[in-house]
Design a protein around this ligand. Structure first.
Ligand code: SAJ
Length: 444
């Protein structure tokens, strides 16, 4: 049994700390947010993630997990704090903000003893372990490699499946020397069932960024294909489904843009590290970042014949069946539509608050009541399973749906006299112009 101090109790730190505790390690979970610490001490979980409540409960009940506001001496320290982007218009490309990593490392440094193991888990720019974390930890005279071990090991879990993937995914550990990598591998092997592969710290940091950049570039390609389809008057969903029958083609799905705290962020860490070599990565970011304005343009076209239209925006979370609204493209769509003077009612199946803290609509029926169009921005199960008859009687003023995720069965909605608009379905929008029963509620 090892005493482990986990710094940062967010989407990754909390599940990892709980997992180590249920495997019999003594774990001190640390967070600098006092409200979070007191909520967790009362068993309240701030993250909506299947199974996390139960896992935290059993970790706490086993007596192996304590939640504290400052770190204490341990055998191993795991840093799982956020690494956001710093964005200033005058600065050009966004840059990594490492202040939380620095602060966590500074908090560990005075506690460090010979024989300890320190692991950085936060997604970080290449070189962070060696050039940022190591010098701070060595300030008191101990040397990384000879006196203590230092490694990088990113998580790769998918929100919504965190507890499953934490156990089953392969992991990459990068040591500042082979012993550091082996010690980190041994620690994770207490619950990881996937392969644990070893490399150096900078390679491991870069691998994590490459994985998320790969996904971003591929979503951008799908989004670009949907623009091409609009231009050509073909249906992008049909074209992608057909292309994916090729044995070596797997095109992703177009949508309102890329959100979340990882895929929209991590490519910038590579751009920052190698600005002259990353034209494709920057272009992909620009393509994905332009999607919310494209969705807003489609909404504007659909309600162009209506004075002072009211739009029901469904889905503020960045993807299906999670409650995370950080960096969500839906939020940008709503902002742009409001800037254009529309009344927008924003609803989410799971999240209750917008990122600025304002409350979202509590009830779907009220959100749709009197609306001139509904725009589906997140493919939550609740919206995918929404019945046209349940949207109709709630009194939408006009029966118009913009489905940015191609997630509802459009033909069923059309049978209920809804005009359905999709991104990249030029043929549909050309064949079926928006119905214009201006001002008259449709009878159902
Ligand atoms: N998206 C599309 N079309 C698609 C797939 C995704 O528009 O076909 C959009 C989603 O709607 C969402 C965004 O991309 O807005 C990202 O969603 P995601 O499901 O692709 O990924 P995340 O951000 O939830 O989690 C990613 C995962 N990385 C990869 O799949 C390479 C996860 O494994 C990482 O652990 C996580 O980032 C992270 O924490 O880095």
């Amino acid at each position: 049994m090892t005493k482990i101090c986990v710094l940062g109790l967010g989407y990754i730190g909390l599940p990892s700390a709980s997992m180590f505790a249920t495997q019999g390690h003594e774990v001190i979970g640390v967070d600098v947010n006092p409200e979070l610490v007191s909520a967790l001490r009362q068993g309240e979980v701030h993250i909506q993630e299947p199974g996390l409540n139960m896992l935290l409960q059993s970790a706490t009940q086993s007596g192996n997990l304590r939640v504290e506001s400052a770190p204490e001496r341990a055998d191993a320290y795991i840093i799982a704090v956020p690494t956001p982007l710093e964005r200033h218009p005058e600065m050009g490309a966004p840059r990594p903000d490492l202040r939380h990593v620095r602060a966590a490392t500074e908090a560990i440094a005075p506690l460090l003893e010979a024989g300890n193991l320190v692991i950085l888990e936060s997604t970080s720019p290449p070189g962070t372990t060696v050039h940022v974390v190591r010098p701070v930890l060595e300030r008191n005279g101990l040397r990384a490699g000879s006196d203590f071990s230092l490694a990088y090991c990113a998580e790769r879990v998918l929100p919504g499946r965190i507890l499953i993937e934490l156990v089953t995914n392969d992991r990459i550990v990068g040591g500042i020397d082979p012993v550091s990598a082996q010690r980190a591998r041994d620690l994770y092997s207490s619950f990881v069932e996937g392969q644990i592969m070893m490399t150096d710290a900078t390679t491991a940091e870069t691998v994590k960024l490459m994985e998320n950049t790969y996904r971003d570039v591929n979503v951008a390609l799908a989004n670009e294909f949907s623009r091409v389809a609009d231009r050509l008057g073909i249906d992008v969903s049909e074209a992608i489904a057909l292309a994916n029958h090729h044995p070596r083609v797997d095109i992703l799905r177009p949508g309102p843009g890329v959100g979340g705290h990882c895929i929209a962020v991590d490519p910038w860490f590579i751009v920052d590290a190698a600005p002259d070599e990353t034209r494709l990565i920057r272009t992909a970011r620009a393509v994905n970042d332009a999607q919310p304005a494209r969705v807003a343009d489609l909404v504007s076209a659909v309600v162009a014949d209506i004075d002072h239209p009211t739009i029901a925006a469904l889905g503020m979370a960045y993807k299906a069946d999670v409650d995370d609204v950080r960096e969500s493209p839906s939020v940008d769509v709503v902002r742009i539509l409001r800037e254009r003077g529309y009344t927008v009612r924003a609803h989410d199946a799971l999240a209750r608050q917008a990122p600025d803290g304002t409350m979202l609509e509590a009830d779907l029926t009220t959100t749709l009541g009197g609306a001139d169009a509904m725009v589906i921005l997140t493919d939550h199960t609740m919206y995918r399973e929404l019945e046209p008859w349940s949207a109709g009687p709630s009194g939408m003023r006009h029966r118009r749906v913009i489905d940015t995720r191609a997630c509802i069965d459009g033909s069923r909605w059309q049978l209920s006299e809804f005009a359905v608009h999709l991104l990249g379905a030029g043929r549909h929008t050309v064949d079926r112009p928006p119905s214009t029963v201006s001002g008259i509620p449709h009878p159902i």
